[in-house]
Each structure stands twice: as C-alpha cells, then as structure tokens.
Design a protein around this ligand. Structure first.
Ligand SMILES: C[S@@+](CC[C@H](N)C(=O)[O-])C[C@H]1O[C@@H](n2cnc3c(N)ncnc32)[C@H](O)[C@@H]1O
Length: 244
C-alpha cells in the first residue's frame, strides 16, 4: 500500500483544480459516471462524495487499479458499493453499462488512439451524456514530453531528432522503447486535437485552452494569442463533448 502512496497524494492535490476550469460543475447526484484513466483512484474517491448513483473507474495500468481497490477496501468503506475500479481498455470493453458522464483528467495527452477512444466513449454514453476532459501539458509546450525524453531544456524534445530522444530515454531503462509513443505520449499537436474533436461524432459544447490560475502562466497565455506561437505556448485543453 505504501508503494505509490506519494503518487496517490500528488493525484489528490490536483483534484480541486479540475471543475473550476469548466463553465459549471454538473450535479452528479443520482448519475452514472465513468472515469477514464483513473490512475490510483483519487479523483473518483472524491467524486463519490457528490452522491452519484454509481462510478466505474477504469485504467490500463493494473498496478494503479490494484492500489485503488486496496485503498477503497481499506480506507473508504462508505464508498465500497458506489465505486468499481476496473483494469480495462475502453476499446475492448464488452458491457451493457451506460453513463451520464465520462470524466477524464490528465489522460488524453497519453491516449494513443484518441479518435477510437472517443468513438468508444460515444457508445458508452446515454443520449445527451457529456464527456468532461481536461488535459496537458500538450506535446508542443515547453515541457510537453513530461520529462520522459530527458531533453532537459525547454522545447528541446521538439528540436532534437526523435532518434536521439529515444536513445536518451533508453539509458537506464529495462524495457527499451522504439518510439516516443511507447513512452505513453501521443505527441498530438493542438491542431491535431482540434481536428480529432471536430471529426468526432460529438457536439463540442465547450473548448478552452490555457486554463489555470497560476500567474506564472500569464506570459504563455498572452503569447498564445499570436497565431504562429499558439501551438508552442498552449499547455492544456478543457473540453465538454455532448452525445447528440
Ligand atoms: C497522468 S495519469 C492521470 C491519472 C488521474 N486521472 C489523475 O488525474 O490523477 C494518466 C493515466 O492515464 C492512464 N491511461 C493512459 N492511456 C489510457 C487508456 N487508453 N485507457 C485508460 N487509461 C489510460 C494511465 O495508465 C494513467 O493512469
């Protein structure tokens, strides 16, 4: 249980920043919710206090799901019948379950086949159901490689050849990688995300970039208004998608 506790505590810290970045927070009372990419489960455990009918939280990392299940059973008895943590790939999920909301925080930049995932989400939602997604840093931002390539200097993961980044990332790695995607980053540009959301079956009812109250981000917010800098100065996206 101690293993991953630090990681879990980090996930807990960012929970309160999520909903204020949307125009309004839905009333989750009596609703069925899916959390996509729940990690160690901190967000769903928090959401369970909002009296939803049920929460299913899925992730493709079995260690995270084991942690979340143990934590639920040991420390959150009151939510035991409300949350189900599942080791599950959304694209292979054979289920009759339908949801009113799909919530996903800091996952879409790691989602390797986002168009397919959006398609799966569409099928899992009830009519008029919503996806609320907030994610970043985007790959073209200064730290968009999440530090995984060890490029060290800002934006250097974009300047250095991928071959070198992969070589660098493989130093001291047991499981060697052959592409940046194998580090768990889709490397999508802001332009590509726009294209993917526009081409999905969903109606986009909210789309906002660079959402934060951190004053240090102000220069990026300003620079991102300049067309040719927008791609490199946009760090996150908050979006609401509606099933028609
Ligand atoms: C940065 S963590 C965010 C975890 C959690 N949502 C949070 O905000 O603390 C990204 C999570 O997405 C999960 N993930 C990545 N691709 C996924 C996919 N296709 N399906 C489900 N989970 C995925 C990873 O296993 C990881 O737990």
């Amino acid at each position: 249980m101690d293993e991953g506790l630090q990681d879990y505590k980090e996930q807990q810290k960012s929970i309160n920043n999520f909903f204020p970045r949307f125009p309004n927070k839905p009333n989750f009372k009596g609703k069925n919710i899916l959390e996509f990419g729940c990690g160690r489960g901190a967000f769903s455990l928090n959401l369970a206090n909002e009296e939803p009918k049920n929460i299913v939280a899925i992730d493709t990392n079995p260690n995270y799901i084991n942690f979340a299940k143990k934590n639920l059973n040991t420390n959150f008895h009151q939510h035991k019948n409300k949350i189900n943590f599942l080791y599950q790939n959304i694209n292979d999920w054979q289920t009759d379950l339908k949801f009113d909301y799909i919530i996903t925080k800091e996952v879409f930049e790691h989602t390797l086949d986002l168009p397919k995932v959006l398609n799966s989400m569409y099928k899992l939602l009830n009519k008029n159901g919503l996806v609320l997604a907030g994610f970043g840093p985007l790959y073209n931002f200064f730290n968009g490689d999440h530090g995984y390539t060890r490029a060290i200097l800002p934006w250097f993961h974009l300047l250095l050849p991928n071959k070198f980044l992969i070589y660098n990332a493989n130093r001291n790695r047991e499981n060697k990688i052959k592409s940046i995607e194998q580090l768990g980053l889709n490397t999508y540009s802001l332009k590509k995300y726009r294209e993917i959301f526009n081409n999905s079956e969903f109606e986009i009812i909210y789309f906002k970039t660079n959402c934060t109250s951190n004053k240090l981000a102000i220069p990026f917010k300003i620079l991102s208004k300049i067309k040719f800098l927008e791609e490199y100065c946009t760090f996150n996206i908050f979006i609401v998608l509606k099933k028609k």
